[in-house]
Structure formats: C-alpha cells, structure tokens
Design a protein around this ligand. Sequence first.
Ligand code: NZQ
Ligand code: ZN
Length: 390
Amino acid sequence: MLGNFIYSNPTKLYFGDEAQRHLAEALRPYGHKVLLAYGGGSIKRNGVYDDVRAALAEAGKEVVELEGIMPNPTYEKLMEGVRTVRQHDVDFILAVGGGSTIDYAKALSAAAWYKGDAWQTFWVEQKDPAPDQRILPVGAVLTMAGTGSEMNGGSVITNKEKGMKIGKVFKENLYPRFAVLNPKYTFSLPQRQMVAGIFDTMSHIMEQYFSGDDDCTSDYLAEGLMRSVVAASRVAVKDPLDYEARSNLMWASTWALNTLIAEGKTEDWMVHMIGHAVSAVTDATHGMTLAAVSVAYYRNMAAIAPARFARFAKVVWGIPADGKSDAELASEGIDALGAWIREIGAAPDLSSLGVKGDQLDAIADATIIFRGGYTLLTRDDIMRILRESL
Ligand code: NZQ
Ligand code: ZN
C-alpha cells in the first residue's frame, strides 16, 4: 500500500428495503426549512415522493420544492436553484433521485450564496467554497445506483452555452450528510437506465484499478467489487426485480466511488473525460457513453500496461493463463469486457448512441486531458480512440 493519506468519509448510510423509515430521524438535526430537490417526476410515479413527504412531515419540516432536475444537469438549471434558495432562505437541501439530482444539490449548496461566477470558480478553476462562505448541508435519497454521488463530493454540471461538461469533486463538507439507500426504490428504473448505472459502477472501479503497478490493497478490493457487479448484473438484466442482485448493485456502486478504493492509487479517469465530452456534445446517458468508448480506450492502455490487464483477465473474468503471454491475456480480458457490455445491453459503440463521424472533432475539443493511469494522451490519441469507438 503506497502513498500517505488521511481517510474519512462523513456520509451516514441507511441501507435496506425499509431504509426510508430512518429519514425523519436523519433530517431532525438539520434546519427547519428544507428544499426538496428532484428530477422529472419518476418519484411521483413510484411512491418515493409520498414516502419522503411523510418523513418530512414527521420531522416537522417546512418544505420548498424544486423539480425538473434533468439528467446531465445544466448550469442554467443550477441558477434557477440559486434564485429559489435565496428567495426562500432554506436551511437544508434534500436530493431525491439519481446522480444528477444529488450532484445538483451539492452544486447548489456551493453556488447558492456565492457572490462571484460559480461556473468559473468551482468547475473551471476547480476551487472550493472559502471557509467563511455559507454552504447548505445536503442529504440524499437515492433512486438509481451507479454514480456513487450519495457518498462522495462529485458534482458534474453541464454548461450548454460553453459546450462543456465538467466534474468538480468537493471536499467533505459538501458530501451528503446522510443517504437513504433502499434497493427497492431502484425497481422502477427503465432497464436501459439500470444498465447504464451498472456500467457506470464498473467504469468507476476500472478508472481506479487501471493505474499503478504496486501490490495495493485497493486493487484487491476493486477486483472483489468488479466480480460482484458482473455477477449481480447477470441476474438483474434477466430479473430486474431480484432484490439480492439489485441490493448488491446498489451497495457496490456506493463503494466503487466513495474514495475507499482510490487510496494508494494514482487513478485514471480518462474514460470519464471522454464520456463527459460525448455527453456535452450529444446529451447521451452518462453510463452509456463510458461503455461506448471503454473497449477502444483499454486496448490502447493494455499495450502500455499488459501485466495489469492480464491480471484483470485472470481475476475478474476467470480466464485461464495456460502459458499465454500478458499481451494475449490482456486482449482476452478486454474481449470479455466487450462481450459483457453487449450481454447486459450497454452501448457497444458511439454509433449506437447516434454519434456521427463529423461530431468527433467537437468531442475531442471538449475532452479535458490530464495524465491518466498509464500515460498522457494527446488530442490525436483521443481522436483515434473516438474513431475506433464509432
Ligand atoms: O428525472 P427522473 O424523472 O427522476 O428520471 C430519472 C432520469 O431520467 C430516471 N430515474 C432515476 N431513478 C429512477 C428513475 N426512473 C424510474 N425509477 C427510478 N427509481 O433515470 C434517469 C437518469 O437519472 P440520472 O440521475 O441522470 O442518472 P445517474 O444516476 O446516472 O446520474 C448521472 C449524472 O451523474 C454524473 C453524470 O455525469 C451525470 O451527470 N456523475 C456523477 C458522479 C459523482 N457524483 O461522483 C460520478 C459519475 O461518474 C458521473 O459523472
Ligand atoms: Zn461515472
């Protein structure tokens, strides 16, 4: 285990098929006026809204609602939230939904009382709110497993005007104070969204796993999580109401991106940078953008770090070594990843998301490039990976 670090995660989790029973108790310590933030209405159709309103009433809260938070939430929508918070002077933000709604709540917490240009400061310059700036505590009720937003500081905002989608990882004071994780709340997800969340989880683990070459405990944890995701995914795509599979997927997605398996790792995140650029240009579903570019991206990385990809093939996919070279095993491991993408119904390529060849330049322009797990890519490399992903 290399690296020196301090580990702490402040989010309190309530997990299980009755987790919402703890919501009133979780809300009680916070202020009186709660902003209830949610998306396009799925929570009104599946009963989650009623559960949440009942808990808010039980906790004696006054509620202001903010609805219509869209997938890939926009900066424009964030500014609407800022006006609402200032008008009603709320004390707490309760996000009920998937990663988009929870990311939005963190963004709103940071932006609500900030006097400058929030996009420039928090997303472009990647700064954190100053210690004396007012931020609002956030809580979450999760309805879609995948992003890990329920237990991390991530907040991805799309600026349509600038054609950019940028993630900011805020510090612990913006992590949700608590998160209610009821796997049954995810039962009403359309299959395509469930699959997008499954691939997103897998991608988060791979982004951290494919970096470094030391013997790191985080890698062993990552391998266990990946095996659990693959096993549960195979059950869930056939029987989406299988509670055991859906609960494993929810728990694995939380631990995939709550900083645990990043400790001691340099991490990569270039699949996400390319995926965000695809979403910025096309508004495609996050998890699907990652699936569409992963096989091509990892073939390029395996040429640089064959031993790590050979280990992935053996441990995660159970491919026998049988005297094969690392390069051969690496290639079979990536084949297995590609086959699994098709098996669960994730996007096998960019064309399946409607991306056209003449959009690749714009996607490459919107891709933020930094040193990933094994190399520093150039814009030409990004273009090659995009072409190979079409
Ligand atoms: O808006 P509603 O009507 O609720 O519908 C949503 C939305 O259309 C629907 N949905 C969610 N739960 C449902 C449901 N429909 C029926 N039943 C339910 N139980 O699903 C659709 C997608 O929801 P969304 O929140 O957009 O999905 P996801 O959780 O994948 O979040 C995606 C956003 O998170 C960011 C992504 O970039 C994207 O903007 N990410 C956040 C990260 C983080 N905080 O660390 C990391 C990720 O890598 C990711 O970048
Ligand atoms: Zn992701």
